[in-house]
Design a protein around this ligand. Structure first.
Ligand code: FES
Length: 149
């Protein structure tokens, strides 16, 4: 993530790499989020102009998909799998216990995802993009601690 880069410049560069067809909207939004960590409101007109679509259309897609952020993320992002294999291995109880331990910590956010392709090592999570399997409360908190340093 290059959070100190000018979001408008980053968006222009990302847009250049995906072209100007409206079908590129999702790829551009993902590219901006990958580069900045989120999609700032200020870049929506840049994307709309580039694709020759309404700003409202860009906003609609951005707000429809929960994976997009419109504000900078906290330092640690945990994407905890809540799909079937992880449910079968107790992720709901794990989520509840971890949520209680991290309650009030604004440096960490825990978000649901639905299958990380790591079902054999369920329950699983991504901690700042690093895959962690066979989670226990202790393993997940340790991964969060590692990601915080
Ligand atoms: S169901 Fe959780 S990794 Fe597949």
């Amino acid at each position: 993530m290059a959070q100190s880069a000018d979001p408008i410049d980053v968006t222009a560069a990302v847009s250049d790499s995906f072209g100007d067809q409206p079908a590129a909207l999702l790829e551009i939004l993902h590219g901006v989020q990958d580069a900045l960590g989120y999609v700032p409101e200020a870049v929506l007109p840049v994307i709309a102009k580039r694709l020759n679509i309404a700003r409202a259309e860009v906003h609609g897609v951005l707000s429809f998909y929960h994976d997009f952020r419109t504000a900078p993320p906290p330092p640690v992002v945990v994407k905890l799998c809540r799909a079937e294999a992880c449910q079968a291995m107790g992720v709901e109880r794990l989520a509840s216990e971890v949520g209680a331990k991290l309650s009030g910590d604004d440096h960490v956010v825990v978000e649901p995802v639905y299958c990380l392709g790591n079902c054999a090592l369920a329950p699983a999570a991504l901690v700042n993009g690093r895959l962690v399997g066979r989670l226990t409360v202790e393993r997940l908190l340790s991964a969060v601690q590692e990601a915080s340093t």
